[in-house]
Design a protein around this ligand. Structure first.
Ligand code: PEP
Ligand code: MG
Length: 758
């Protein structure tokens, strides 16, 4: 490879990450392996460095980035200043000349003035393989020398976008040590395109999965269309599945302006197969070459034009779980059936836990089996490969926590503790809700859910905000990785239940301050990780039966029906000694600068509860006018008189459908005997939701959902159609919900456009 500032992609390879960043090196490597990668050149990280140095802007630039990134306004100003410095600086003459001449040569190779994509490929001087994926911008369909020069500068400037600055500061990267190579690559004006997983993305089986749609691949990557779906057995090269979807829209280049536009798919192509068998098998071959090249399964973006296949990008699939080599007998029929509460398949040794004294039995990789899990079991749940319970529905403790931990779970099997003995080897299928004896080889699984396929793709932008639910601080990182627009429910009782003793015990021992500090530090983990995105912290919603099990919890009242009892805001308004400690924690977080926190009040049934809660917070020194205050709509009464709550003054409401469903239908959410009657889609539940959204939209109050139903794409679709402002889903469901919301929004826009026309 030469030392030039601008070099052809074919001149670089994996050893050149420090010069052309990860993306540039990967493209070069694939060209060397004779894969059909569109040609192009790289304006190197060193060229960028010279640009900074020779313009003498280094001091001014890096000084302008020394700001408090936690202040959104200051951060935006820093972005503006830094980008201005870059855009006003001149590219050194020899580098500019070289870019022009390489572009001219590219046009010559193409036989016309070429459209190119200018992509960013960042690299850190001391940590060349650090990942900055998705932090900087890409510019598509650029044509003409001047525009290419302009796009390279804009690409460099994107190194100082607010998100990128924030990310580097939080990750501890020195701005001055991160450089950016701009990759200039011929655009493929794709007739069809999509993604390919060279091996199964969740199990690693030797099955290639291909998704494809008409036009540019963007529609598939962003989830804007349901793509065709093909699977191929890599060994026999047998095409196992060809699922043809209805494809309504396609991204394509406007022949007049050269801009990327959306057009409806012509009628004849809507339900037509995108790929023929030859193309499918050719793609599989390329997938194998890429996989061999990198030595690991790959997530590949591809495009086809005039029957030519192009490989646009490849990166490792990060979701495959290491498979244990197990030779045990393959079970054929399920031993137990329950509710699939957290997806995934795990194999391991059953360990029965009847109470906290037996937690030590559960070693890493074992399967925790219990009548029902309790919060003090969380440490063992973290070690478990899967969880199986006798009792519970999809919103019970085991279900919520296992989803946050990303641990497969089957709940409500009724007799797991009876049928399973310590040491039995079992396979748990958390998707289908089945438990098998021995090793159940998942062989070739059916089409994996959209959620698994969409990992590692860029996320579609949705007008409806997509948020995430968090209950235990340990799940924060996984929650952040969903790239959600905030936290729509932070359940603080799970945090309290994780403490060594009951809050009353702290108070009794004169350690209220210690308790408040514990609360602050746990909530801070989440509000800090999401800053500046909003986090709605819910005041205590403690079920007495769960709190009684804690040290010092003997005083919890024994109730005939805890679900209808002393919980939610009614409890806080009676036990004001505790409510006051919560308020102290909120005040401390605000004092520490967390202006992204909102407060959500659970289980309200009368507007007076909202009024009293607000008065209490205000009289205890919390400036509630500066933060968002909202209620959960969990009781039909609250839904029916939502106008009166609005009149009381509130910023948002959030549907707690777990409770709203149980109270509307008289079906205990944790009772597996009546689980078949529990449906969030019951017309009565939907009618209440629709009424609340209509009234809130009229009054300009935000609406959201944080119950489990928000994690079901089909419910999300309905809510978007009803006009909800945001949806908060479980960590594992955010991707699928976001895809469905994007698709639904697009369908609504198309429908409106057609109606206007016709
Ligand atoms: C609900 O009721 O939907 C909710 C989100 O609250 P929880 O599950 O904690 O009762
Ligand atoms: Mg609830």
């Amino acid at each position: 490879m030469g030392n030039d500032s601008v070099i052809w992609l074919e001149e670089v390879g994996k050893e050149d990450i420090a010069i052309v960043g990860g993306k540039g090196a990967s493209l070069g490597e694939m060209i060397r392996a004779e894969l059909p990668v569109p040609g192009g050149f790289a304006v190197t990280a060193q060229a960028f460095r010279r640009f900074i140095d020779e313009n003498g802007v280094s001091d001014e630039l890096f000084k302008s980035l020394e700001v408090d990134v936690d202040d959104a306004e200051i951060l935006r100003q820093a972005e503006k200043n830094a980008k201005k410095i870059i855009l006003e600086a001149e590219i050194p003459a020899d580098i500019e000349k070289s870019i022009r001449s390489k572009y001219k040569e590219l046009c010559k190779r193409e036989g016309k003035e070429a459209f190119v994509a200018v992509r960013s490929s960042a690299t850190a001087e001391d940590l060349p393989d650090a990942s900055f994926a998705g932090q900087q911008d890409t510019f598509l369909n650029i044509r003409g020398e001047e525009n290419v020069i302009e796009a390279v500068k804009k690409c460099w400037a994107s190194l100082y976008g607010a998100r990128a600055i924030y990310y580097r500061v939080k990750q501890g990267f020195d701005h001055n040590k991160v450089n950016l190579c701009a990759v200039v690559q011929t655009m493929v004006d794709a007739e069809k395109a999509g993604v390919m997983f060279s091996s199964h993305p969740s199990t690693g089986e030797p099955v290639t999965i291909i998704e494809g749609a008409w036009g540019l691949g963007e529609t598939v990557v962003s989830g804007a269309v349901s793509p065709d779906y093909y699977t191929v057995d890599k060994q026999s090269k047998k095409i196992l599945e060809r699922k043809v979807a209805t494809k309504n829209v396609m991204h394509t280049k406007d022949p007049k302006t050269g801009k990327t536009i959306d057009i409806p798919v012509p009628d004849g192509k809507k339900n037509a197969k995108v790929l023929d068998d030859d193309e499918i098998l050719k793609l599989v071959e390329f997938g194998e070459v890429v996989e061999d090249l990198y030595g690991s399964p790959q997530d590949v973006e591809w495009a086809i034009r005039n029957k030519e296949i192009y490989i646009l990008q490849s990166r490792p699939i990060t979701t495959i779980k290491k498979k244990k080599e197990v030779k045990e007998k393959i079970a054929t029929s399920a031993l137990l059936e329950g509710l699939g509460a957290s997806p995934g398949i795990a194999y391991g040794e059953a360990k029965l836990v009847s109470d906290v004294t037996e937690l030590g039995k559960v070693k890493k990789g074992d399967i925790l089996v219990a009548v029902m899990t309790t919060p003090d079991m969380v440490p063992a749940m973290k070690r478990a490969a899967a969880i199986v319970t006798d009792e519970g529905g999809l919103t019970c403790h085991a279900a919520i926590v296992s989803r946050e931990l990303g641990c497969p779970a089957v709940v409500g099997t009724r007799k797991a503790t009876e049928l399973l003995a310590d040491g039995t080897m079992i396979t748990v299928d958390g998707e289908k809700g089945l438990v098998f004896e021995g090793k159940k080889d998942s062989a070739v699984p059916a089409a994996p859910p959209q959620m698994q396929l969409s990992f590692a793709k860029s996320k579609p932008v949705t007008a409806t905000e997509i948020k995430v639910n968090v209950s235990i601080p340990e799940a924060t990182q996984r929650a952040v990785e969903t790239q959600a627009d905030g936290v729509g429910l932070l359940r603080i009782e799970h945090m309290i239940l994780g403490l060594p003793k009951h809050p009353k015990q702290y108070i009794k021992e004169g350690k209220a301050d210690e308790y408040v500090n514990e609360l602050v530090s746990r909530i801070q983990t989440v509000v800090d990780a999401f800053y500046p995105k909003p986090v709605w912290v819910r005041t205590l919603d403690a079920p007495t039966d769960e709190f009684r099990a804690m040290e010092g919890g003997e005083g919890e009242p024994i109730e005939p029906n805890p679900m209808l009892g002393y919980r939610g805001i009614r409890r806080d308004l009676i036990d004001t000694e505790h409510f006051e400690l919560e308020v102290r924690a909120f005040k401390e977080l605000i004092k520490r600068g967390y202006n992204n926190m909102g407060i959500m009040i659970p289980l309200v049934q009368h507007p007076s509860e909202l009024r009293c809660a607000k008065e209490f917070m205000r009289s205890n020194g919390l400036d509630i006018d500066k933060i968002d205050i909202g209620i959960m709509v969990e009781i039909p009464a609250a839904a029916l008189i939502i106008d009166q709550f609005i009149a009381e003054g509130l910023d948002f409401v959030s549907f707690g459908t777990n409770d709203l469903t149980q109270y509307t239908l008289a079906v205990d959410r944790n009772n597996e005997h009546v689980a078949h009657l529990y449906s969030e889609m019951h017309p009565a539940v939907l009618k209440l939701i629709e009424h609340v959204i209509t009234e809130c939209n009229k009054a300009g109050v935000k609406t959201s959902i944080c119950g489990q139903a928000g994690s079901y794409p089909k419910v999300a679709k309905r809510l978007v159609e009803l006009g909800i402002s945001s949806i908060s889903a479980n960590i594992d469901a955010v991707e699928a919900v976001r895809d469905m919301v994007a698709r639904t929004e697009m369908q609504l826009v198309l429908k409106a456009a057609r109606e206007r026309k016709g």
